[in-house]
Each structure stands twice: as structure tokens, then as C-alpha cells.
Design a protein. Structure first.
Lengths: 107, 126
């Protein structure tokens, strides 16, 4: 099975900072990658799919890029409401494995 | 509006089984997969498997093969996930999520977990 890794596992940044999270697949998955945001105590929410397509209603400060094995999620200007754990997920085929998550908080 | 409403919290003893339900509304139940994802306290998301409510076809993560069964009752738009031989490590919040598969060309597709249930806490303790 393809394994998903993320880095860093956590980060702390100031409001307004640019934040970048990396996700890596152990084998190529084309652009079959989604990002989910899970705020503390809440249900996960779909942010981005096809590596770079924003789900409807997601603020434009979020963006995704990558293809093959390396992907990034970028928050262009971190806001207090972005405090959450972010997970990447492969969906090229089952198993639809999630990455271990990156916890983002405010410095 | 699309909703997935799960059954309430459960407390089970080691070795027992648990069956969690996920009632769908606001869309055609048989047109989208149901996936199950679990999350232990303070841990990440773990995909358990999927079910096609139309055909009843399922696919399970290798870790849960032989212990998990996903079923449905289309007459009441409800999916079920049963996990047997419970152990303490199975203590977690269990989520159902709708799997939306969209083909944008002859070979490319999206498969998105676009709606999630509220989660069901299953506690395994003697």
C-alpha cells in the first residue's frame, strides 16, 4: 500500500504569516490528492481536491499544488480561524490513506 | 441539505462487537459511497473501508479485514459499520463520510469525502 507522510508534524506561526505544509506519497498518485482541515473538537472538512482545486466556500488564502509524490498546502496569510490539524489523503485507489496530520497554531 | 446522522456513543467490553449506524438524508442514498474513518483521542484519521449502498459492494482496509462489516438498509437510507473482537485500541470516534466520485473525463476522477457524520465515540473498557 502507498504510505502518506506529512511535514512538519506541527507548526506555530503568527497571524498573517505564509504557512506551507508538505505531503509526500510513497508512490506516484498523479493529482489524486485531497486536503482536509479538522478544527479542534470538530468534524473534518474538505478543503482541496485534485491537489489544487479549492472546494466551494473555502477561502482563497488556501492553495494546493503538486503532482506525483510531492504536494503542498499553503495558507497565504494565516488567520486565527485557521488553527486546526490538516490532513492530506490519497484517493487514486483504495485504501484511501490519510497522512498523519500537521497541527497549525498561532504563535 | 445533505446530512449524515450517526448513532450515539457506545461502551463495550473487550471481545464484544459494536454496530454504528449512519442515516443519510438530503440526497439519493444509493448514488454515493459511504466510507468509515476512525480517530483515536489525540490521533490522526484512519480510513477503515467503503461501501457502495447501491450494490452492497465493500472494500476494507487490510488492518480491519475479518473484523469489520459494512452493510446498509436502503429502505431507510442507513449505513452500518460493525466491528468485532473489540480491544482497548479500538477506542475512538468513528465517522461515516459520503464518498462522492465524479468522472471529469474518460479516465480522471475525483473521490471526495464531502459530507461527514458527527462522529460516534466507541469506548472499549473492561
Amino acid at each position: 500500500d502507498i504510505q502518506m507522510t506529512q511535514s512538519p508534524s506541527s507548526l506555530s506561526a503568527s497571524v498573517g504569516d505564509r504557512v506551507t505544509i508538505t505531503c509526500r506519497a510513497s508512490q506516484g498518485i498523479s493529482n489524486y490528492l485531497a486536503w482536509y482541515q479538522q478544527k479542534p473538537g470538530k468534524v473534518p472538512k474538505l478543503l482541496i481536491y485534485a491537489a489544487s482545486t479549492l472546494q466551494s466556500g473555502v477561502p482563497s488564502r488556501f492553495s494546493g499544488s503538486g503532482s506525483g509524490t510531492d504536494f503542498t498546502l499553503t495558507i497565504s496569510s494565516l488567520q486565527p480561524e485557521d488553527v486546526a490539524t490538516y490532513y492530506c489523503q490519497k484517493y487514486n485507489s483504495a485504501p484511501f490513506t490519510f497522512g498523519p496530520g500537521t497541527k497549525v497554531d498561532i504563535k | 441539505q445533505v446530512q449524515l446522522v450517526q448513532s450515539g456513543a457506545e461502551v463495550k467490553k473487550p471481545g464484544a462487537s459494536v454496530k454504528v449506524s449512519c442515516k443519510a438524508s438530503g440526497y439519493t442514498f444509493t448514488s454515493y459511497d459511504i466510507n468509515w474513518v476512525r480517530q483515536a483521542t489525540g490521533q490522526g484519521l484512519e480510513w477503515m473501508g467503503w461501501m457502495n449502498p447501491n450494490s452492497g459492494n465493500t472494500g476494507y482496509a487490510q488492518k480491519f479485514q475479518g473484523r469489520v462489516t459494512m452493510t446498509r438498509n436502503t429502505s431507510i437510507s442507513t449505513a452500518y459499520m460493525e466491528l468485532s473482537s473489540l480491544r482497548s485500541e479500538d477506542t475512538a470516534v468513528y465517522y461515516c463520510a459520503r464518498g462522492y466520485r465524479y468522472y471529469y473525463d474518460s479516465s480522471g476522477y475525483y473521490y471526495l469525502f464531502d459530507y461527514w457524520g458527527q462522529g460516534t465515540l466507541v469506548t472499549v473498557s473492561s
